[in-house]
Design a protein around this ligand. Structure first.
Ligand code: FUB
Length: 308
């Protein structure tokens, strides 16, 4: 089994080196739901730790951290945080798609601990140790009005004016401003409005995995269309929308979920997402890949060609 595994990864490495456009596998460890950031001179990739789940459900209880100095090769820092830090989440807490953000040299870690609650933790270092920032969920259904049935998949965007926004949600995308301390909601939770889905494709709708980034002054809201899902995007002139549907970034993958992150650094855009491989072969044992993302002159995102 080990010999087969080594052979498959050697083949992937050879394919990667032959084709500069091919997606690159970031680690042989099972991991998913990438959240990628450049903090204090280094890249950090926070992930759902599929290495530790049962293989039958997304039931891992810890998150995994990778670091990089060049955005090409990643060091595996292993399981770096347990869902147990959120004591209020109880025994059944799951470690699902994480997110991170920095403000004033404090690092904030956001994560769902199952389908109903999102917690926030804080640390002086992007690598931790993190502690629960408020001893209660940041978002909770049904406690918070309009949080939706399944408030998962937090994504934080801090605009150039310093205002932070939290996006999250399943089936209905949600957005809410965050207070300056990054650990409280500011104002109402609103639905994210996306107009212009193609009328001839009923599958083109919001599913999960929201992500917001800004490119040349335009706000790009990208997300998975469901299970299985494409990663598609819509744009707006405000982080609050309304957004106009623009197109597909990643087509359907042979896996039940997809979840991505986009980082712009020194003029280059890099896309991270998860997929299954010949080794993982399953919906719960996923692998993270990265690929270059490019735009047309009109600000459209060129869809990536899939290596898997
Ligand atoms: O990893 C658990 C769940 O699967 C995430 O919250 C979703 O985005 C999907 O990737």
């Amino acid at each position: 089994m080990n010999a087969i595994r080594t052979l498959v990864f050697l083949m992937v490495a050879i394919l990667n080196s032959l084709n500069a456009n091919a997606a690159t596998l970031i680690s042989q460890r099972f991991c998913a739901d990438p959240s990628v950031h450049f903090f204090a001179g280094k890249f950090y990739l926070y992930a759902t730790n599929d290495q530790d789940n049962s293989g039958k459900y997304w039931d891992s209880t810890d998150w995994r951290l990778f670091t990089s100095t060049n955005l090409n090769t990643w060091e595996d820092n292993g399981s770096f945080l347990s869902a147990k830090i959120f004591a209020w989440a109880g025994e059944k807490a799951k470690a699902w798609a994480p997110e991170a953000a920095e403000r004033n040299h404090q690092y904030y870690f956001y994560a769902p601990v199952g389908g109903k609650q999102i917690g926030v933790a804080v640390s002086q270092s992007p690598q931790g140790p993190f502690k629960d920032a408020r001893q209660s969920p940041l978002v909770e259904s049904p406690r918070d009005q309009n949080a939706g049935d399944e408030p998962i998949d937090p994504a934080v965007f801090i605009d150039d004016d310093g205002q932070a926004y939290l996006y999250f949600g399943t089936r209905i995308p949600k957005v809410v401003a965050l207070t300056k301390d990054m650990i409280h909601l500011q104002g109402e939770i609103k639905n994210v409005v996306i107009n212009g889905f193609p009328a001839d494709d009923a599958k083109k709708k919001y599913g999960e995995a929201p992500y917001l980034h800004k490119h040349q002054g335009l706000y790009y809201f990208s997300f998975s269309t469901g299970w299985p899902g494409q990663i598609v995007y819509a744009t707006a002139s405000s982080p609050l929308g309304p957004f106009q549907y623009r197109g597909v970034i990643i087509d359907y993958l042979p896996i039940s979920t997809n979840h991505h992150a986009i980082i712009e650094h020194e003029g280059e855009t890099t896309l991270f997402y998860h997929n299954k491989t010949a080794v993982s072969g399953g919906n719960f044992k996923r692998h993270i890949f990265q690929d270059k993302l490019t735009y047309t002159e009109n600000g459209e995102i060129n869809p990536i060609s899939l290596a898997q």
